[in-house]
Design a protein around this ligand. Structure first.
Ligand SMILES: C[S@@+](CC[C@H](N)C(=O)[O-])C[C@H]1O[C@@H](n2cnc3c(N)ncnc32)[C@H](O)[C@@H]1O
Length: 221
């Protein structure tokens, strides 16, 4: 991995993973630190080895804070909004952020469709891991990005089936497929970081009202 991990970052990553796996709110099925290191930390960090994240980013559907908390530790000069619609998750992530002393993170309890309506966003990047099908993720993310901003989707092998749906949605949303970064975890699982770039204004009708992206996905049913 090309990422340079200072002692301070290593300590924060371990502290965060310990907080995550010991939370009484069941934010992850993983309860073992070395497994959390592999399946949460390395899953997030490996594909970012040659990427420098600078600017304003959003982690949509952050759950227990993955990937947002880890990215905020790895890239301290970037600013992160961690968003989730489930209050108890957001409160728990807020606690983690305070315990870690991260000053480049804000945590929001909101549905992403509502966030798009209430903020004049202009994020440089939107990250989504394990949220929903790729075309729905793109509808959530595109309206929040500035021009040339990027969507980063963490996907497993399901990506092969999702790509055709995602490409239909991308065309409607003003996004262009940029790159797939393929990587493998120690247990042999194949992973992908999929990157789309905003090349045109997203029509103002997106995202559609709450729930519609899921009910009638742009890529079709
Ligand atoms: C399976 S969890 C994944 C959490 C984390 N990203 C990870 O990789 O461990 C999906 C999360 O997305 C959130 N979510 C789903 N739809 C959402 C929406 N429309 N707005 C905000 N959060 C949403 C859920 O509440 C849930 O916490």
């Amino acid at each position: 991995m090309n990422l340079i991990l200072t002692t301070d970052k290593k300590e924060k990553i371990e502290k965060y993973l310990r907080l995550l796996i010991s939370s009484k709110h069941n934010l992850t099925a993983i309860k073992d630190l070395s497994e959390a290191y592999q399946k949460h930390f390395l899953d997030v960090a490996l594909p970012l080895s040659n990427i420098l994240l600078e600017g304003d980013f959003i982690d949509i559907g952050t759950g227990g804070g993955v990937p947002g908390v880890l990215c905020a530790i790895l890239f301290p000069d970037s600013r992160w909004t961690l968003l989730d619609s489930v209050r108890k998750k957001v409160q728990e992530v807020e606690r983690f952020v305070n315990e870690l002393g991260l000053t480049n993170v804000r945590v929001l309890h909101q549905r992403v469709e509502e966030h798009a309506k209430t903020c004049k966003c202009g994020y440089d990047g939107a990250f989504l891991r394990a949220v929903t099908r790729a075309d729905i993720c793109l509808e959530y993310a595109a309206p929040l990005l500035r021009m040339n901003g990027k969507v980063y989707l963490y996907k497993g092998p399901s990506w092969q089936n999702e790509k055709s749906f995602a490409d239909i949605a991308a065309e409607l949303l003003g996004l262009s497929f940029e790159q797939t970064i393929r990587y493998q975890l120690e247990d042999g699982s194949n992973r992908n970081l999929i990157i789309y770039k905003k090349i045109k204004e997203t029509p103002v009708k997106y995202p559609r009202r709450v729930g519609l992206a899921l009910k009638r996905p742009l890529g079709g049913n």
